[in-house]
Each structure stands twice: as C-alpha cells, then as structure tokens.
Design a protein. Sequence first.
Length: 299
Amino acid sequence: MWCNFLPENVQIWLFFAFFFSFAVKVPMIPVHVWLPEAHVEAPTAGSVLLAGILLKLGGYGMIRFLVPLFPFGTFYFLPFVYVISLLGVLYTSAVTVRQVDLKKIIAYSSVGHMNFVTLGLFSLTFNGLSGSIFLMLSHGIVSSALFICIGILYDRYKTRVLFYYGGLTTVMPLFSTFFLILTLANMGLPGLSNFVGEILVLLGVFAGNGVTAFLAAIGTILGGIYSIWLYNRLVFGQFNSNILTTYSDLNKREFFILAMLSFISLFFGIFPNGILNVLYSPIMYNILFIYNDYLLFYY
C-alpha cells in the first residue's frame, strides 16, 4: 500500500489527525463531554441510535483505516493511546457513581465501555481485536436497551432524577426483571454478552502489558459498583407515592422489545461463537491480522 512508503514523520502527523477525529466519535478523554449532554437532550429513539450505531463509527474507523494506513504512527502513539483509554475507563466509571440523571449514568457507562474497546483494538493481538469488535456489538444491544428502559420510566413519570425513584419492583415487576438482566449485562456478568468482549480484551491487553490489564480490570469492578448501586436505588426501597402518583408496568410493545434485546445478550453470552466464528472467517481473519504484515515491513 502507498502508506508503507510515507515518511515516518508524515505518518505520525497523519495518525494524530485521524486518531482525534475518530476519538471524538468513540468518544475518548478529553473529547468525551459531548456524549452525556447529547444523550440528555436527545429523545429515547435518538439515544438508542447514538449508542447502538453511531458510536461504533469511531471504532470502525480505527480498525478499518487508522491502524492499517499508519502502522508506524500506531506503534509510536501506542503508550499514549493506552493511557487515555485507561483514563477513560477509570475516570468515567468513577464519575458515573456520582450522577443523579438516569440518562447520564448510562451515557458515562457507554464512554467507559467504548474506551475498553480502544484498549483491545490497540493491543494488536487477536484476542484483543476480536474482543473489541464483540464488545462494540454487545454494547450496541445492552446500552440501547438500557436507554429504552430509561425512556419507559420518563414516559410514565416525566423525570430522570434518580432521587425521585425507588421501590419500582412493587409496581413494575416485569420492568424490574428486564432491567436487572440488562444491568448485569452492562457490568459484565459471566453468561451475558458484555463479559465475552471484556474478557477477550483483557486477555489481549494482558499479553502485551500486564499492568494495563490490571488497571483495566479495576474499571470493571467500578462498573459493578455503579451498576448495582443504580439498580438498588431505582428498584428496591420504598415507592415514592407522593411524586410518582401514577404507574403501570410494561405494555406489550415494551415487553417484546426488552425481551428480544435481553435474549440476544443472553444468547451471545452463552453461545459467543455465533459472532466469533464470523470474526474467524477468512475476510475478518485478513482484517485482524493485517497488522502483522506491517510489523514484518517495519521490523
């Protein structure tokens, strides 16, 4: 390819420009602040499209264009990318604990998961790259379903402030059940789809840098903290009948939407080869191992 003959200093500058263009879309620190605000202002359908499809364009651009076009720039900036990806995982997980807007909680959680994706992508290992693609697909299912859950609550109670909620299991048992499944998926519980992507990413990162993998694993612990705390405050406790004066459980349309998305997460958590076999196909095999060709060129 023509990029193999670009001078190294040119590759460095071009990589830097392309990287920050895609980093805004992922998003990565310090260009992540637009995402929570966008989710807060967007309707439920907009949040679903943003989390399920549009955020994946940044990861796709890095996989398909950034690393193959600028291999020297990739290795030159590898420590830098690791650092800001780790900051994204740890910082946004810690910030999520302090949020009171339900949409912002899921939005900051999305930032953390997408930075997990970049960690796996730049591990330049087969497990890491497979895990990053798998996690992007899983995040599109789980995060979208969580935004639908928040939209269901907002349609009924016209507020997203967490302090007004509590005890929903007494009046919305079906909603509470699906929200539990999706919350467990979001925190990476084994048997659900996010776990497969996260464990593959950690294995890929650990093969190159054990310290980075250890710090990234701390991010998964923080994810469990804010996920369980959110569910506990939202679903358990005493129902606030003074503010939440009317209530109803899921209707048929909402039930089938959440049931379908929950089933997909559960199915690919138990049978991940449905996706991984596609990644191991000859076409994806060439994409995932294209990095080794550039390694041979430079070293």
